[in-house]
Design a protein around this ligand. Structure first.
Ligand SMILES: [Zn+2]
Length: 265
């Protein structure tokens, strides 16, 4: 009886897995949330690269210096503990001290503005921001967003066909999804669910890399204080509120275990 119920259970799991693949679904790492995913990782990387070209044309990237070294070192350290070398991790510093912002493009490109580096009060706070952006990449939120935009525009079958040959329609949808057509910077209108997911993944991965996860809370508290005086781009796409901080606190005991294991104290 027990064996039979096991077969039934696993049989169902296999069927469910097949169904998910057929329907264009994926499962987010770390949280296990199921997602609509019509793009392959390769397509996602290609769309991310296209978007990065636009960003690099428009923004002034700092090529060398201590800020670049720091952002790259932090980014690489966190990317390494994720064990996901299948992503094309690249970290950029954008020379714009007026803009408190950071964002990631699908496939692994992370951009941090000098304005955000100035607003962060410690290396751990910078790590919290970079880990959060890495969380968006790992959970393929860009691909999920493109999938949702395209599916809403043209239905799932047509969307998959458009993405198959990377037609202009697919590129356009990617621009919408990544906020490249937006008037103010790169507004990535991730859902709240995706934001919380990136927060959680960020908290765990920064701790595993040996950065103090409590800095994620102090960073958001600083942002809340700043937001009252001057709303920033980062705040418009990353609503910082008590709920967000409460969620981070909820996962702090788990994150601290990883931090201690990584040698933190
Ligand atoms: Zn975010």
């Amino acid at each position: 009886m027990q064996i039979r119920s096991m077969i039934t259970r696993y049989g169902c799991l296999v069927a469910l897995a097949l169904l998910l693949v057929a329907a264009g679904c994926a499962v987010a790492p770390y949280t296990g949330r199921s997602q609509l995913m019509l793009v392959s990782p390769q397509q996602e990387l290609a769309l991310g690269n296209q978007a990065a070209e636009q960003v690099l044309q428009k923004e002034r990237v700092v090529r060398a210096g201590p800020q670049v070294e720091e952002v790259k070192a932090i980014g690489r350290r966190i990317a390494t503990v994720t064990g996901r070398q299948d992503f094309d991790w690249q970290f950029f510093v954008v020379d714009d001290s007026e803009t408190v912002n950071a964002f990631a493009l699908p496939g692994g490109k992370v951009f941090v503005y000098t304005g955000l580096l100035q607003a962060a009060r410690s290396r751990d706070e910078v790590a919290a921001v970079i880990a959060h952006e890495i969380g968006h990449v790992l959970a393929r939120h860009g691909g999920e967003r493109v999938s949702n935009v395209l599916a809403a525009q043209m239905g799932q079958q047509a969307a998959m066909a458009a993405l198959g040959d990377m037609s202009p329609t697919a590129t356009q949808a990617a621009n919408v999804a990544f906020g490249l057509g937006a008037q103010y910077g790169y507004i990535l209108p991730f859902s709240r669910k995706q934001e919380y997911e990136a927060d959680y993944i960020g908290l765990i991965t920064m701790a595993q890399a040996g950065y103090d996860p409590r800095a994620a809370v102090s960073f958001w508290q600083t942002m809340m204080q700043r937001g009252k005086a001057k709303p920033s781009e980062y705040l418009s796409t990353h609503p910082s509120d008590q709920n967000r901080i409460a969620e981070l606190q909820r996962f702090m005991p788990e994150a601290m275990q990883y931090y201690y294991r990584a040698g933190g104290r």
